[in-house]
Ligand binder design. Structure first.
Ligand code: SF4
Length: 199
């Protein structure tokens, strides 16, 4: 598998904020978001067994498989091996591609109303939707409705986009909070790892 990086840190965003975890960042993505700030193109090759061994050397038994887009590479056999090793598996996906069975927690961050999401061809089960609030007039509820359907129990997080411009970020944060107060099924997600200066 093409691995961009592995590290141990605290989950910075969404439902598991603050949870210690082993992060496995898989290389490559099927989208090219203009605001993408993830350096995920470089990689080293690791076998599934090497991944499980490396993760098992660390203390946390919560693994976050992220990218890029992990669904491009993630296999059922790696999911099964990680479960056998005692891991709780969280996957962060853009939702456009199907995932293996049995993942413990799927965090979906849809980046746009892509055809796959509209037709229901992407991820089938979602535990948490984490939507970037971009301040460009896009309504988050419209964006997630193809995935959410009639589903209940999915946690909804709205996360202000980091534009790299402090003034713009403040306006987006203000507008994100205003949106949540008007649409209270959403909760705020902040990139706490950036605030803390950790990975
Ligand atoms: S889906 Fe995520 S990793 Fe892929 S290009 Fe968009 S922001 Fe970057």
């Amino acid at each position: 598998m093409k691995i961009n990086e592995t590290f141990v840190s605290l989950q910075g965003e969404g439902h598991f904020t603050g949870t210690p975890a082993f992060f496995l960042r898989l290389s490559g993505c099927n989208l090219q978001c203009p605001f993408c700030d993830t350096q995920h193109q470089t990689f080293i090759e690791m076998s599934e067994d090497e991944i499980v061994q490396e993760a098992s050397r660390e203390k946390p038994r919560h693994i976050v498989i992220t990218g890029g887009e992990p669904a491009l590479q993630l296999t059922q056999s790696l999911v099964d091996k990680l479960h056998e090793a005692g891991f709780f598996i969280q996957v962060e996906t853009n939702g456009t591609l199907p995932l293996p069975q049995g993942i413990d927690w799927v965090t979906c961050s849809p980046k746009s109303l892509t055809p796959a999401l509209s037709k229901g061809e992407g991820v089938q089960t979602v535990d948490e939707l984490k939507v970037l609030f971009m301040g460009d007039g896009t309504d988050p509820e419209e964006m997630v409705s193809p995935i959410l359907g009639e589903g209940t129990g999915v946690r909804l997080f709205l996360q202000p986009l980091d534009t790299g411009d402090e003034m713009r970020n403040r306006i987006i944060l203000r507008d994100t909070i205003a949106y949540i107060l008007q649409h209270p099924k959403w909760s705020l997600s902040l990139q706490t790892h950036k605030m803390l200066g950790i990975k």
